[in-house]
Design a protein. Structure first.
Ligand code: NDP
Length: 290
């Protein structure tokens, strides 16, 4: 049966994610706050730029916006039709997912929290990891559609669980980046060649995706190419910290990481790639990682 799919939010991630959907053979509608991007998307791919009132009438609606608050506002202003499934790929707040899930159920809509990981390159290649919380039957229906841009699709539990996994994943990413930057700061102060040191680490037990990719490509190169805004990572760490507080757990390192990642002010953080967080450490120690 031919179904309709809408994608809302053609940002750094959504642009690429939506580009894979037409291959499923269904009609694909795209909407973006800045309409010119949606028009450009429909020229570049086999999608149709739609107004928001029509987009929310699709059978499957994807959203990929900065925050849960943005999604909540959009849904409040433009409720989807009964029988549809809303797949929220925003890195959002677990409690918001639970509230949206309950509110949408009342109008016959299923809501899945379905955040993604794999950066813009994974979105472009269609190899994202998608971690999903919500109703299992809705998950089963949505899975073949999500597969258009995914390398791994994992059902992780009840509503909000996908967002929780994503927040912890990104907090780990931040921790790995920060720990690596601290380690390289010691080595630089000892006069060690950082590229050579990184090569050793990447062939040893201390490696991570931060040491294998981000440190050389963005920090040592001093390019700090922006694909994922620092303020979005700060948001994700904040979600993890809120979860810790809600559960009254004693997990000091995550609080410490949050402090470090807010060394750079919020205003500039939206303009900078997350890798630029390292510059806060460089400033304190007056040591540049290059
Ligand atoms: P971008 O800032 O690149 O894009 C944000 C998109 O949301 C744009 O299309 C923007 O529209 C739209 N938007 C912003 N505010 C609103 C609003 N109030 N109402 C409607 N539309 C709005 O973000 P990303 O694509 O980088 O990130 C999107 C989500 O994906 C975030 O939750 C992020 O944490 C997560 N994520 C990002 C990754 C990355 O590597 N970038 C990786 C994995 C997850 P407009 O064009 O008009 O500005």
């Amino acid at each position: 049966m031919n179904q309709t799919i809408a994608f809302i939010g053609l940002g750094a991630m959504g642009w690429h994610m939506a580009s894979h959907l037409p291959k499923l053979g269904h009609e694909v509608w795209v909407w973006n706050r800045t309409q010119s991007k949606a028009d450009h998307h429909s020229i570049s791919f086999q999608t149709q730029s739609m107004d928001i009132e029509k987009a929310v009438q699709a059978d499957f609606i994807f959203s990929c916006l900065p925050t849960s608050a943005d999604v909540e506002q959009l849904i409040a202003e433009h409720p989807p039709k009964s029988g549809s499934i809303w797949i929220d790929c925003t890195s959002g707040v677990p409690k918001s997912a639970q509230q949206l899930n309950q509110a949408l159920k009342k109008i016959g809509v299923e809501y899945l929290d379905a955040p993604v990981s794999g950066q813009t390159i994974g979105a472009e290649k269609g190899t994202l990891t998608v971690m999903i919380g919500g109703d299992v039957a809705a998950f089963d229906k949505a899975k073949p559609i999500i597969a258009a841009f995914a390398g791994l699709i994992e059902y992780v539990g009840e509503s909000g669980s996908g967002f929780a996994v994503k927040a912890i994943n990104n907090t780990l990413m931040a921790t790995h980046l920060w720990a690596l930057a601290e380690g390289l700061t010691v080595l630089k102060s000892k006069g060690v060649d950082l590229s050579a040191a990184l090569n050793c680490i990447n062939h040893s037990s201390g490696k991570s995706s931060m040491s294998e990719n981000i440190m050389a490509q963005r920090v040592l190169s001093r390019s700090f190419d922006k694909t994922f805004a620092l303020d979005l990572l700060q948001k994700d760490i904040g979600i993890a910290v809120d979860l810790i507080q809600q559960e009254s757990l004693q997990l000091p390192s995550i609080h410490l990481i949050q402090q470090q990642f807010t060394l750079i002010e919020k205003e500039s953080a939206s303009q900078l790639d997350f890798s630029a967080a390292v510059q806060g450490l460089e400033k304190i120690n007056q040591i540049e990682l290059r």
